[in-house]
Design a protein around this ligand. Structure first.
Ligand code: G3P
Length: 218
């Protein structure tokens, strides 16, 4: 399972990269705004800075919602660095844009996916990644993990190569359950990734090992 970090914060991206388990980064306009990144040049420079830190794919989202605008914006993003994955919303013109980029060999991430039907369309249009937002489904009392399960079955039935990127991950159990179901990738905050480290028996055990070592070496 690939681990992506869902942030535009360079310090957090460096931390995750230093941990040695990071496979990529996802961003969105809200995450860029949270870091105070605005203006086309600053936005493009920020994506370049992220690409300089990580080894894997970096999703950069288009703002346009019309086909021509998405193509123009997406091509400019893709030209920044081979690591860039053009993130396209699941709307009618977005599906057309996914097909265009797929034909051009440009990697894509279809975002704002909330149903199995949307995921099927994204795969048929040749998306590299599909991003079902599991946390936001949980927020409205709908089982986000159930959607991942349905998409897994559909993609396996027809051997679609589109990778299931579980997005809107909020906590470590989301990551573990997505891994059990067979999501190809998860993207979440640094806190969810580092929470996987924690177990009280690990802390108690280590404390005891170190105390015993200190006793026999004093
Ligand atoms: O990047 C898309 C997705 O991961 C957003 O997550 O927490 O804003 O629902 P969230």
């Amino acid at each position: 399972m690939k681990f992506f970090i869902d942030t535009a914060n360079l310090d957090q991206i460096r931390d995750a990269q230093d941990l040695g388990v990071l496979d990529g980064v996802t961003t969105n306009p809200s995450l860029m705004a949270k870091e105070g990144i605005s203006g086309q040049e600053n936005v493009l420079n920020h994506y370049k800075a992220i690409c300089d830190i990580v080894d894997g794919d970096v999703s950069a989202e288009v703002i346009s919602t019309d086909y021509e605008g998405m193509i123009k914006e997406g091509m400019a993003l893709a030209e920044l660095n081979p690591k860039i994955v053009v993130k396209i919303p699941m709307i009618k013109d977005g599906v057309k844009a996914l097909k265009y980029f797929s034909d051009q060999g440009v990697k894509t991430n279809c975002t704002l996916v909330f149903s199995a039907g949307q995921a099927l369309l994204a795969a048929k249009a040749g998306a590299t990644y599909v991003s079902p937002f599991i946390g936001r489904l949980d927020d409205i009392s709908t089982d986000g993990l159930d959607l991942i399960e349905k998409i897994r079955v559909i993609y396996d039935n027809y051997e679609y190569e589109t990778e299931i990127l579980a997005a809107s991950v909020r906590h470590p159990m989301h990551i573990i359950e997505c891994a059990e179901i067979g999501a190809d990738v998860m993207t979440g905050p640094l806190s969810a990734i580092t929470a996987l480290l924690k177990h009280p028996l690990t802390d108690i055990g280590l404390e005891k090992f170190l105390a015993d070592h200190a006793k026999s070496n004093s």
